[in-house]
Design a protein around this ligand. Structure first.
Ligand SMILES: Cc1ncc(COP(=O)(O)O)c(C=O)c1O
Length: 399
């Protein structure tokens, strides 16, 4: 069969529209290749990617170590399911567990963020024998039934109707609000420790400490959705256990996005106590733990360590904080590490995003119209950060 090649952007866009559902508003270009914090379009134009391919390109686009590992694994064995043992899966799980703060030490692999959250809620129910789940205003946890029912951001939850019963919502940052709904029917409290899509909203360390105490007192499983904050994004391997978390370690952390550098993979990292409640056949997935994804996970974690990316995240964050403090139209910088929300005095994030795109810089917006969201690769350099701020200064003047 002849394969047709498409070359120009107009051709590509027209064919996408013809053969795909129009579920996403897209940037006005087609990407063809990427390296580090840069992507190149079908027209040969380079963009600085401060959106990181939707927070997935944590180690940067096409990190050589990850590419080599995937290539090598693809030639040996693409896939076998969990009915066989696998050295590459064992290696990925061991590495991931080693990055996690104690007592998180056991891993269940799946394929996406929403699936990781579904499995976390299921494990909490297995552990407690209860069904309820408490989540938070502004939280986003995915689009499959249980995860979308746990999502109280904007109109997402309505898209998932009919919702799964047993989900209740508390005010993010308010322990009194959690205490009022976390009764004896509740199996899990699930939260994004930094609410990314809601506009990079954070809570105080005292909130996390109070949450840990409350969950312990009431026999509730505490789950951090670290689909965005995990795998080095905040300048630590995980938000869990960090100073920003008040040192709190939840019972389960869920991960996805940057974990496989673009090969779809999700994971739940759990304590021994949670693991002991999960028996054969309680959880399952065909693709989870497949060899190609596992090679990508192991290489991603190795790359973060070998390239000193956690230190880099902290250094680039410091630089961005210093420089953005001098931009008159910027009223604040939210978040941590390289999950940052640039807050403007006016609700102008969409306008700024568009203007930056014209200057060949990709950024994200959020559900807060004043907040421009940055989720760049962890290998972003200080020079690249400066380039962004310089362009932002120009753009902001014209607001
Ligand atoms: C915090 C958070 N949790 C869960 C998800 C769902 O992940 P996925 O799209 O891989 O299902 C997302 C996706 O954006 C997310 O940001």
């Amino acid at each position: 069969m002849m394969t047709q090649t498409v070359s120009t952007f107009d051709d590509i866009a027209a064919r996408e529209e013809e053969f795909q559902l129009a579920t996403y508003k897209k940037f006005p270009f087609a990407v063809e290749r990427g390296r580090g914090a840069w992507v190149e379009t079908s027209d040969g134009v380079s963009y600085l990617d401060l959106y990181g391919g939707h927070a997935v390109a944590g180690v940067g686009h096409c990190h050589p170590r990850v590419v080599a590992a995937i290539k090598e694994q693809a030639e040996r064995l693409l896939f076998y399911s969990n009915v066989v043992h696998s050295g590459v899966r064992a290696g990925a799980a061991r590495r991931l567990a080693a990055c996690a703060p104690g007592p998180l030490g056991k891993v269940f692999f799946c394929n996406s963020g929403t699936e990781a959250n579904e499995n976390a809620m299921r494990m909490a129910r297995l552990k407690t024998g209860r069904e309820g789940v408490v989540t938070f205003t502004g939280g986003f946890h995915g689009r499959t039934a249980d995860s979308i029912s746990a999502t109280f951001l904007g109109r997402y939850r309505d898209l998932g109707r009919p919702v799964v019963p047993g989900h209740t919502c508390a005010e993010f940052g308010s322990i009194e609000s959690v205490a009022a709904v976390a009764d004896e029917r509740v199996a899990a409290v699930l939260l994004e420790p930094i609410q990314s899509m809601a506009g990079v909203r954070t809570a105080a360390p005292e909130f996390f400490r109070a949450l840990r105490r409350l969950c312990d007192e009431r026999g509730i499983v505490l789950v951090f959705d670290e689909v965005q904050t995990g795998v080095g994004r905040t300048g630590e391997w995980f938000f869990a256990g960090s100073e920003a978390a008040g040192g709190v370690v939840p019972d389960i952390v869920t991960l996805a996005k940057a974990l496989g550098s673009g090969v779809p993979v999700g994971a739940c990292v759990v304590t021994e106590d949670i693991a002991s409640a999960v028996k054969e056949n309680d959880l399952g997935t065909t693709f989870g733990g497949g060899m190609l994804a596992m090679a990508a996970v192991a290489a991603t974690l190795e790359a973060i360590e070998a390239d000193g990316m956690l230190e880099n995240v902290r250094a680039v964050e410091r630089r961005l904080r210093e420089r953005l403090a001098g931009v008159a139209q910027v009223s604040g910088l939210r978040g941590r590490g390289l999950l940052l929300g640039v807050e403007f005095r006016e609700p102008s994030a969409a306008q700024v995003q568009k203007a930056l795109l014209e200057r060949r810089i990709i950024t994200g917006t959020s559900s807060d119209p004043r907040v421009l969201r940055l989720l760049p690769p962890l290998c972003l350099t200080v020079e690249e950060a400066d380039l962004f701020v310089g362009e932002l200064e120009q753009v902001a003047k014209s607001l």
